[in-house]
Design a protein around this ligand. Structure first.
Ligand SMILES: NC(=O)c1ccc[n+]([C@@H]2O[C@H](COP(=O)([O-])OP(=O)(O)OC[C@H]3O[C@@H](n4cnc5c(N)ncnc54)[C@H](O)[C@@H]3O)[C@@H](O)[C@H]2O)c1
Ligand SMILES: O=C(O)C[C@H](O)C(=O)O
Length: 348
């Protein structure tokens, strides 16, 4: 108990004295070994990265959150670290700090790279983003080869094959642990289908398979839960809107980038599902772009069961109607080229 008000004032003054703010982190009493997962976000100062960092800081499964970027990560880290949630936040800036950012991680989420501007396709981002993804994945192979990777950087249809080849070259490739994030397609599909059906999107479940660009995004409207049917006009409208959802946002942002907020939301939900899988929760199923034997292509997005090993089971597509079968053929044609392009980037 304070013996006098002057002592109390002195104590407060001492606390406010700048040297006391210099108390170094390592001198602080550690949190009692909080259980949880260690998560790194690479590209954490970007449009997706910042919101995703906020959402991951709020996730009770996360005990340590590493925020890495080539610019501005100290500011984002200082800001996020003041949130009174469990995760300890640490920032890392630039290539020399990549190894420290990655060492000891359980999950690495990668939204690093440039976004589209109006008139561009996702494939137009290849020339810049392929190199960024290669460098970051080389770091993953070296510092945390057993980590689960959630790859967001576009073009996902090519960056996932790039990551796979980098890991193969390093001798660390585990197909179960590399997941291309297509969760935003599912989020959009649930929203748009909910609008047409007059349902809360939270109650809607639309499988979206194939890949993450244009016609490779194939919503399976015949498999929507709760069971329902659509007119041919509704099917055409919904399929196009889901396939063009990214372009809708790019055009609305008019040069200021692509989806960031809805993407951060979808990525945070997907990362949470991966962490629940790693924790051993049963029945965690999400769509993702993964190594696959569902079609003749080496990678394909479909429902996967997430577990301690990562994508433990890749589900078959189930029965498709005629409209979806035609869509599947178109999707596979474009996907094959994008996958090959990514593979060649490392192999050749
Ligand atoms: N998978 C999806 O569904 C989906 C959805 C939306 C956006 N995206 C893609 O995500 C990527 C990021 O989008 P954004 O809107 O956040 O872009 P942004 O430009 O706002 O942020 C990207 C961040 O990456 C950082 N970065 C660049 N090179 C890096 C490197 N070598 N290492 C670490 N960080 C690096 C930048 O400094 C920047 O902070 C884009 O490629 C975009 O197309 C994918
Ligand atoms: O459309 C884009 O370029 C970004 C992202 O892939 C999206 O689907 O919103």
């Amino acid at each position: 108990m304070e013996s006098s008000s002057s002592q109390r004032v002195a104590r407060i003054a001492a606390h406010l004295n700048p040297p006391n703010f210099e108390l170094r982190r390592e001198e602080c009493r550690a949190k009692g070994g909080a259980p949880g997962f260690k998560v790194a976000i690479l590209g954490a100062a970007g449009g997706i990265g910042q919101s995703l960092a906020l959402l991951m800081k709020m996730n009770p499964l996360v005990s340590v959150l590493h925020l890495y970027d080539v610019v501005n990560s100290p500011g984002v880290t200082a800001d996020i670290s003041h949130m009174d949630t469990t995760a300890v936040v640490r920032g890392f800036l630039g290539q020399p700090q990549l190894e420290a950012a990655l060492t000891g991680m359980d999950l690495v989420v990668i939204p690093a790279g440039v976004p589209r501007k109006p008139g561009m396709t996702r494939d137009d981002l290849f020339n810049i983003n392929a190199g960024i993804v290669r460098t970051l994945c080389e770091g993953v192979a070296k510092c945390c080869p057993n980590v689960v990777v959630n790859l967001i950087s576009n073009p996902v249809n090519s960056t996932v094959p790039i990551a796979a080849e980098v890991f193969k070259k390093a001798g660390t490739y585990n197909p179960k642990r590399l997941l291309g994030v297509t969760a935003l397609d599912v989020t959009r599909a649930n929203t748009f289908v909910g609008e047409v059906l007059g349902l809360d999107p939270k109650t809607v479940d639309v499988p979206v398979v194939g890949g993450h660009a244009g016609v490779t995004i194939l919503p399976l409207l015949s498999q929507v839960k709760p069971p329902c049917s659509f007119t041919p006009e509704e099917t055409e409208y919904l399929t196009k809107r889901i396939q063009d959802g990214g372009t809708e946002v790019v055009q609305a942002k008019a040069g200021a980038g692509s989806a960031t907020l809805s993407m951060a939301y979808a990525a945070a939900k997907f990362a949470d599902a991966c962490l629940r899988g790693l924790k051993g929760d049963a029945g965690v199923v999400e769509c993702a772009f993964v190594a696959s034997e569902v079609t003749e292509l080496p990678f394909f997005a479909s429902k996967v069961r997430l577990g301690r090993a990562g994508a433990e089971e890749v589900y078959q597509l189930g029965p498709l109607n005629e409209y979806e079968r035609i869509g599947l053929e178109k999707a596979k044609k474009e996907l094959a080229e994008s996958i090959q392009k990514g593979t060649n980037f490392i192999k050749k």
